[in-house]
Design a binder for this molecule. Sequence first.
Ligand code: ADP
Ligand code: ADP
Ligand code: ZN
Length: 213
Amino acid sequence: MKIVMLGAPGAGKGTQAKMIAAKYGIPHISTGDIFRANIKNGTELGEKAKQYMDQGLLVPDELTLALIMDRFAKDDCANGYVLDGFPRTIAQAEALTESLKAQNDALDMAIDVDVPDEDIIERMGGRRACVACGGTFHVLFNPPRVSGKCDLCGGELSIRKDDLPETVKKRLMVYHEQTQPLIDYYKAEGILRTVDGTKDVNEVFAEITALFE
Ligand code: ADP
Ligand code: ADP
Ligand code: ZN
């Protein structure tokens, strides 16, 4: 099963992708998480990516593609994956289609988690992310069991630097310009499905699992 999650920053892609990964036993691959892990470990890639991420801009395609192709080569991808935050540009989507085609393979589904911009601003303000495992919570909508601690691994929760209101606005602009066109791209490929991302976390997940039945 090869799935792509689409949606604005903060739509709930990561939250749903983690649930899909757990239920279907496939890896959750988040390019944002991989970039943040590289930043935390002080790698050269992390240093390059940080310059763009802190401004709310996309990391260049070349860098992102090298990273993801490397990730696909790992054994755990043999039975598929759920991609969260990749592809984010038409060029990335085309590169993915081509690399799969070269192996006589293709994506099964692209799931658009649809949430209007107004809700996004509110969600981002309350997002808390685990520094250790990338788990995300929300102070109101999805609070951790222990305040400030990750339910999944016990790690410290913090506010992402790029979740500050000005950067969120910039990221939304970038989304509409560069990522939203992927909705039409996957519609044309015949694999687009849309779910209402304004519902609560479990209701959205129920809509998603219904797509697989
Ligand atoms: P969110 O899910 O809230 O949009 P992500 O963790 O997916 O955040 O991404 C955070 C940042 O990492 C993005 O704003 C961008 O700078 C960078 N990034 C992540 N994935 C990609 C990608 N596929 N292409 C380019 N930049 C990316
Ligand atoms: P994305 O990966 O698309 O950027 P996240 O999964 O990190 O989005 O979710 C963004 C924020 O919104 C987090 O704080 C998360 O806990 C919260 N959230 C996720 N899904 C929902 C939902 N259905 N309703 C309300 N809040 C949600
Ligand atoms: Zn954690």
